[in-house]
Design a protein around this ligand. Sequence first.
Ligand SMILES: NC(=O)C1=CN([C@@H]2O[C@H](COP(=O)(O)OP(=O)(O)OC[C@H]3O[C@@H](n4cnc5c(N)ncnc54)[C@H](OP(=O)(O)O)[C@@H]3O)[C@@H](O)[C@H]2O)C=CC1
Ligand SMILES: O=C(O)C(=O)Cc1ccc(O)cc1
Length: 406
Amino acid sequence: MASSALTDIPAGMENFIVGIIGMGDMGKMYARRLSDAGWNVEAAGIDRVVAEYGPSTKQNAIVGGQTSCKDPEIKAFEDHLPPDVDIVSCHSLHGPKVDSKDQPLVLIKHRASDDSFNKVETVLRCLQSKHVYLTAHEHDRITADTQAVTHAAFLSMGKAWHSSRQFPWEGARYVGGIENVKINLTMRIYSQKWHVYAGLAILNPEARKQINQYAESVTELYKLMLGGHHAELRERVLRAKEKVFGSDDNPGDNPKWADKPLLRDAVLDQFSLGQRAADLAPLPNNHLSLLAMVDCWSALGIVPYDHMICSTPLFRLWLGVTENLFRSPARLDEALRVAVEDNTFRSEDLEFTFAARGWAECVGLGHFETWKERFVNTQRFFEPRFAQAIEVGNAMVKAVLESTKP
Ligand SMILES: NC(=O)C1=CN([C@@H]2O[C@H](COP(=O)(O)OP(=O)(O)OC[C@H]3O[C@@H](n4cnc5c(N)ncnc54)[C@H](OP(=O)(O)O)[C@@H]3O)[C@@H](O)[C@H]2O)C=CC1
Ligand SMILES: O=C(O)C(=O)Cc1ccc(O)cc1
């Protein structure tokens, strides 16, 4: 323990002990960072957890969770903790390998005195994250938008590629910045533990509506493409664009995006997984996954920029590539033209549509086992490529994080 770090501990809290239940990836990251900052961290194993948990929690302790979805966590605390125990929960909006500095950290003062809340905040300050104060309900509503529906898009891309038995970086459709983000983030999700993504979709009561709408949007846009309804498709997408991003024509309704794009093509172009792909001219792409995202946000009345306070790196990248397509009228027009005129990727888009509906149905039914099967099955397909994919994906996330900090 570094003695210099100890000087950061305020008077009166020298003997404050932090206990952590669950020494998985996030538990370890918290334990390492807190202990580096000088806090005494008691890392309880599962046996002790069961014995100590609930009714046997120490008197006047402060208990909190760092799970991705607060509804079941808070219910469990309310049901099993004695009334003298205060409840302050938190959620780091990033994975264990991302530097917590400046990333959002949600703090939830659910049932606590100011003094208890301040103690928790003091302990967590060593993460150097940006503190965001929300209720459990607000947290779940926002993360359903920022996380659950974003993951649904990537999970569907992975399923579609798997169904077509293709590693997308080996073909010519997936070349260039936007495609690198799609591929790298899909690989990033499929290389992780299934329960993290299943949990934040299935356990969050707010997430079902979002994921369902995404699947609806994909299906409806796909049908318009299939039927060759260019005018209707264009009208619908432009209406959604205006609702989500504002209008650049109407001076009273300024675009909601910033002057500077969230992502720059030049940065993204560097992070291709495929050697071959770098030399290929990209094939036309209708970007169904991105058109559907904006259609979904529009249908739900979501303005994604309002959620930056609770954004994960993945969400910022996803919003960045969506913005990238919608900021350029020429690019968007080309995607809409390709959507109707070009049949090359109809079957892939069909697989994507099936996949989005499949995830939505699974989440709607709350079937953890089916969710796991769907995930692990596709995870196995991509597994041989994870080592390389994670390296490139991490480099990409690192490179763009700087410019997309909330
Ligand atoms: N991974 C991520 O990017 C992020 C995850 N989170 C959230 O953090 C939490 C942990 O995720 P992560 O660390 O990635 O997952 P891991 O699978 O790495 O860790 C989960 C930990 O929880 C323990 N555990 C499981 N069941 C019980 C139980 N019934 N009682 C006590 N302990 C139990 C496991 O113990 P054992 O090892 O003995 O099985 C394990 O140590 C999840 O709720 C996740 O949603 C939040 C932010 C980011
Ligand atoms: O950035 C993302 O969405 C991730 O995939 C990492 C992640 C997973 C679970 C969380 O609760 C928070 C962050």
